[in-house]
Design a protein around this ligand. Structure first.
Ligand code: GCO
Length: 453
């Protein structure tokens, strides 16, 4: 048997806008994702997340199903526009009460909550006031985070401030493929800073009131390799590694933006957005770092302007496919790259426990005539990546948990419900939840805290 450390955290992850539905219930007001998903042409089949998994109403059933999977944790996010509909001012008690009900249902089923305070659903009213490119949004987030923490802290121990600020900033404000659909490179860099500033302000405020709270952040770092050993390709990899990884990790761990990246960005935006003690605030101590990993990237100097739309200021860099098997998202499958990433992170950014807070695969899962869903490819993907996690632990990485993305198939942002990442099949017409064979496999791994040799 390949055994994992005692008390290893086994869980699954979701996000509010991707699963809850009930977008008008109990005082919730629009987020940027409500606006974006109702904008024609932005989402596959123009399908908004208005219903998704109807988790808002079906949370008790979902909590029971989670408990049946032997999972220690359920990672979910709180919808800011539910809890603080105007993005500022008083908390909406009915909105907070949903999360109290959800958490109580989880605890009744032996599952601990792992709460993310922001998984991309910014209140639209704050976007109208400038969004993440505007400094004030950082302070609005800190106020919301503290109020939500105070409302739930008697039931929750693990708190993540932000999920993947890289996506919020670069997909939302540079590429425009995510809400709010802005294509303004300078705004995307200011958004990076204000997201990180909001994280630091929130972490500092939460810890000031509750020193024993476990507060962290979840990033989506990616191993970036040059296609060849040429100087041009190695510098292309440096630039992309800088924008994807070091632009976030350096300020969080060392209280300083990487100088080479700021140099790369000099032509995009001046750094006047960095004010006073901002970098010190951003470097508030971390109790853990969450890592969302799906696939690696290989890059070279090239003429592909697409990557420049996301990797602003990187110049002409293009991704190079490695001919590996791919998921239904077209993402290459490379478990060893997760091992490489974890070892690199723990070497370059030591001293903070790591958790894999998302790892999973989209497949074209089919509901069989017998009413079952067999997904051996997902089992193989998870098995391979868990072995990589285990190797990293054996190499000295302080990695304490692993969460599958995702619990049940759900609304996959611009892909709507056309992509299935779940351990549980969601039959949307009936909203039936049907555990796939991977759910049973993962439940057994969690129960044994081990893989077969
Ligand atoms: C992310 C988000 C999830 C996605 C998942 C699959 O990591 O991008 O946290 O919301 O749905 O990663 O793309």
């Amino acid at each position: 048997m390949i055994e994992f450390p005692d008390n290893f955290a086994w869980g699954v992850a979701t996000a509010s806008y991707q699963v809850e539905g009930a977008v008008d219930a109990d005082g919730r007001r629009p987020s940027i994702w409500d606006t974006f998903s109702h904008t024609p042409g932005k989402i596959v089949a123009d399908e908004p997340g208005d219903i998704a998994n109807d988790h808002y109403h079906r949370y008790a059933e979902d909590a029971r199903l989670l408990g049946s999977l032997n999972l220690g944790y359920y990672r979910f996010s709180v919808a800011w526009p539910r809890v603080q509909p105007d993005g500022r001012g008083p908390i909406n008690p009915a909105g907070l009460d949903f999360y109290k009900r959800l958490i109580d249902a989880l605890l009744e089923n032996g599952v601990q909550p792992w709460v993310t305070l922001y998984h991309w659903d910014l209140p639209q009213v704050l976007e109208d006031a400038g969004g993440w490119p505007a400094r004030d949004t950082a302070y609005r987030f800190a106020d919301y985070a503290v109020a939500t923490f105070e409302g739930l802290q008697d039931r929750v121990r693990h708190w993540t401030t932000l999920n993947e600020p890289w996506c919020s900033a670069f997909l939302g404000y540079a590429a425009g493929t995510h809400a709010p659909g802005v294509t303004d490179p300078a705004a995307s860099i200011r958004a990076v800073h204000h997201l990180l500033l909001g994280h630091g302000l929130a972490a500092r405020a939460i810890r000031a009131s509750h020193p024993d709270a476990e507060v962290g952040i979840t990033l989506n770092p990616q191993p970036i390799q040059p296609a060849t050993d040429s100087d041009a390709d190695r510098d292309a990899a440096r630039r992309i590694d800088g924008l994807r990884n070091r632009l976030f990790l350096d300020p969080l761990y060392y209280g300083k933006y990487p100088a080479d990246v700021l140099d790369d960005l000099a032509g995009v935006v001046d750094d006047s957005y960095i004010q006073g003690d901002d970098e010190k605030t951003i470097a508030a101590p971390l109790d853990f770092l969450g890592i969302n990993y799906y696939s690696p990237a290989v890059v070279r100097q090239g003429a592909d302007s697409v990557s420049d739309a996301v990797y602003v200021g990187s110049g002409d860099v293009e991704s190079v496919a490695q001919g590996l098997p791919v998921s239904d998202m077209g993402w290459e499958i490379a478990p060893d790259s997760l091992h490489e990433l974890l070892v690199r992170l723990y070497r370059d950014y030591p001293g903070v426990p790591l958790y894999v807070t998302e790892n999973g695969i989209a497949l074209q899962d089919r509901l069989g005539a017998d009413g079952t869903v067999e997904d051996p490819e997902r089992i193989a993907y998870l098995d391979g990546h868990l072995r990589a996690v285990h190797r990293a632990i054996a190499d000295g990485v302080d990695l304490r948990g692993y969460f599958v993305w995702t619990f049940a198939d759900n609304w996959e942002w611009s892909f709507g419900t056309s992509k299935r990442f779940g351990l549980v099949y969601l039959d949307y017409p009936t909203q039936r939840r049907i555990p796939k064979s991977s759910a049973r496999w993962f439940a057994d791994v969690a129960r044994r805290n081990a893989l077969d040799t």
